[in-house]
Design a binder for this molecule. Sequence first.
Ligand code: HEC
Length: 402
Amino acid sequence: METYLLDWANLLLRWLHVITAIAWIGSSFYFVFLDSNLLAPTAEDLKEKGVDGAIWSVHGGGFYHAQKYMVAPKGGIDSHLHWFYWESYWTWISGFLLFVVLYLWNAGIFLVDKQVFDWSPMAAGIGALVFLAAFWFIYDAICRIFGQHKNGDRIVGALVLLVVVCSSWIAFHLFSGRAAFLMVGASLATAMSANVFFWIIPGQRKVVAAMTSGQPYNPADYAIYGKRGKQRSVHNTYFTLPVLVAMISNHYSFLYASEHRWVLLMLLMLAGALIRQFFVQRHGWKLGRASNPWPFAAIGVVVLLALIAWLKPAPAAPAAALPETVDYAQIKPILEQRCYICHGEAVQQKGIRVDSPEQATAHAQNIYQQVVVTKQMPLSNATGMTDDERAMVGRWFESQNK
Ligand code: HEC
């Protein structure tokens, strides 16, 4: 019953998480697009109003005219002011709950890989939370200390890159491969939401409060909030693609089972950030405001191609002489040794049991997929299954359809 309900919690939270993330990243992409496409207005009335940039667009049958004011619009804001933050907060909340349901609830299975680091599920769970918090505190301290220096953006960029690389190395030496990918992605994603929560929105609130207080105020005094918020917002832009690849890596065992996995994740993230740079710069380039962004895209794609070549699996060794057909009785000892602890009488992960021929046959396709094709099972190869044993399970599956 517990696993059944956990599966539902998992599904619903994941659904919510994907929806809110689309809303957040979608609006973030949209505003980056706006910033790089707005043109100084030519119409007198817009200049009169103090508009800094405007763009016409068409969508869903209607025409939209977006205008940007760097400082308070002259006439004030005369209607409802919409704030963008729930997308970000709910992405974090749903993501964190999903992490609790999946990784913390079953920390012994999902977080711990004893071949990587031998610790108790409880210690690993606490370790994971400390890892997330520590990343934020270190990242935030770097931005606070160096952000407003001369060349602040470069110094911060270089240091943040260093922190990401170090934290990735640490994650891959503490957690199972699959969890480590997620932990690195989740720590960047937590920093993104925390940027919105602790810096971007509070800064905007101060500016709006001054603007609407009715007292005269000097916009220059408030420029620092805009500058700080912008710096965090730029980081968020470059984090998006790297975070997304870390999140979806969970479905690809050839990534997290690779012996080079932490370097691999860093290179995937690098490719993501470069490709994002291409998209950020592309519009400015068309308008003659930025240099040609194609080199960024090209380097990103070359990194990906190099990864594809690098990870190419070695040709399989000739299979040990396998019987023509294999029946359940012949693989039973293997399943008993490698699977029963998680899919037997006592525990049924994902509602799957493999301890009777009927049950195994009912899930044959899925077992083949998990054990032979993707090698995701046994999870983190906790029970040390060998390739010969996988080949036997493969032959059993083929025998079923003979
Ligand atoms: C250490 C525990 C553990 C061991 C050992 C283990 N599994 Fe699993 N298995 C799990 C967990 C946990 C899940 C759910 C995974 C998820 O939700 O991502 C699962 C899921 C599955 C699934 C369903 C996958 C899906 O998403 O539909 C199959 C099939 C499966 N296991 C087969 C096996 C077989 C066959 C073996 C033995 C060769 C095995 N497992 C060994 C823990 C284990």
